[in-house]
Design a protein around this ligand. Structure first.
Ligand SMILES: Cc1cc2nc3c(=O)[nH]c(=O)nc-3n(C[C@H](O)[C@H](O)[C@H](O)COP(=O)(O)OP(=O)(O)OC[C@H]3O[C@@H](n4cnc5c(N)ncnc54)[C@H](O)[C@@H]3O)c2cc1C
Length: 168
């Protein structure tokens, strides 16, 4: 795997970003933006992993489906309840940075050199919880169980997100 080291320095930027969805794309966007000093707000239609796990369990045990928080939707995104294979079939040098970040939050260091890196569902969930808590410490604001359904733009900038009764 090609290695490239990246450095993220906090800046004095006044920029703020809203991220819709806290799957892998949202998690890493929030992480690198926050590290660079950008004010981040995350809106996720599903629940935090701790609660999402209960909703998924209820689905398998009783067949009751939470439409917003289930195997596909919720903190961690679509693959959270999979076996946690870290395959992207990509040779992008940024891949190493992603894997390195996962090791910083508890993934085994072997993922940095294995051909078929794998973390497993249980570890993956703990990593995501740690990343969320770290982001909260950096000032990221989270809205779980909040489905974005409309946007207001002014002069090309997003100024408001509608999510049911909420205005964010
Ligand atoms: C069952 C399953 C198993 C998988 N196993 C693996 C695997 O082992 N290894 C692997 O590499 N890949 C696996 N994948 C693929 C992997 O999960 C996806 O490539 C990855 O999740 C895509 O990340 P994403 O952040 O782009 O999207 P998603 O993970 O889909 O995240 C999008 C997030 O946005 C939220 N959202 C959607 N709409 C709204 C809205 N309107 N408002 C607020 N929030 C919203 C969703 O709840 C979700 O959490 C698996 C996928 C599935 C479905």
């Amino acid at each position: 795997m090609k290695k490239k080291e990246y450095e993220f320095k906090p800046t004095n930027t006044k920029k703020s970003v809203v991220i819709i969805g806290f799957g892998p794309s949202g998690i890493f966007a929030a992480y690198y933006l926050s590290k660079s000093g950008v004010k981040v707000t995350v809106i996720e239609r599903g629940e935090k992993i701790e609660d999402r796990t209960q909703s998924v369990r209820k689905f398998f045990e009783k067949g009751s489906l939470n439409f917003n928080s289930n195997i596909s939707f919720g903190e961690g995104g679509a693959g959270t309840f999979s076996d946690g294979k870290l395959t992207s079939r990509s040779k992008d040098p940024r891949l190493y940075e992603v894997l390195k970040t996962l090791t910083e939050f508890g993934a085994p260091s072997e993922i940095l050199h294995k051909k078929m890196p794998h973390v497993g569902t249980d570890i993956l969930r703990e990593i995501i919880i740690k990343m969320r808590k770290h982001l909260e410490d950096l000032g990221t604001k989270f809205y779980f169980s909040t489905k974005a359904d409309d946007f207001v733009f002014k002069d090309g900038k997003l100024i408001k997100v509608f999510a049911g009764e909420k205005r964010i």
